[in-house]
Design a protein around this ligand. Structure first.
Ligand code: ZN
Length: 139
């Protein structure tokens, strides 16, 4: 069995952002040379997500509004987490809803997606360098 590990770095200019990272994961897969196996892609921060869905701008707008209704950023003092002086309680909650990681099968050297599936990085407390881990195992 072979294994491959890489960290992808992001520093979004906005607090909330959605980035299609499928091309970077495909590049990792090419670098790994693995033809049959599994790729794990996970956010390495507790205020960011990795998830799979459609690359459709209306949907990303809907996520932003839906998450803001569930966990509004303001007022900051509505959250006990922010009593410590932080202001990112909403980002922790948004990450919990959108998930930490995805696992995708690798078949014949390709990501074995269903229709329209793409991998996204979801940022909920950006404007600083943050990482995503890509771990590939197989042969
Ligand atoms: Zn926090």
């Amino acid at each position: 069995m072979r294994s491959y590990r890489k960290e992808l770095w992001f520093n979004t200019p906005t607090r909330v952002a959605f980035i299609n990272i499928t091309p970077q994961v495909e590049e990792c897969l090419r670098e790994s040379g693995i033809q049959e196996g599994i790729v794990l892609v996970n956010a390495m921060h507790i205020t960011a997500s990795v998830f799979i869905n459609d690359d459709e701008s209306g949907l990303h707008h809907d996520y932003t509004n839906w998450l803001e209704q569930l966990a509004p950023h303001e007022p900051i003092h509505q959250y006990r987490h922010n009593d410590s002086g932080e202001d990112n309680a909403d980002a922790h909650l948004k990450r919990q809803i959108m998930g930490r990681e995805v696992v995708v099968a690798i078949t014949k050297g390709k990501l074995d997606f269903g229709p329209w599936e793409q991998i996204f990085y979801g940022e909920f407390d950006g404007r600083r360098p943050k990482r995503v881990l890509v771990k590939i195992i197989g042969e």
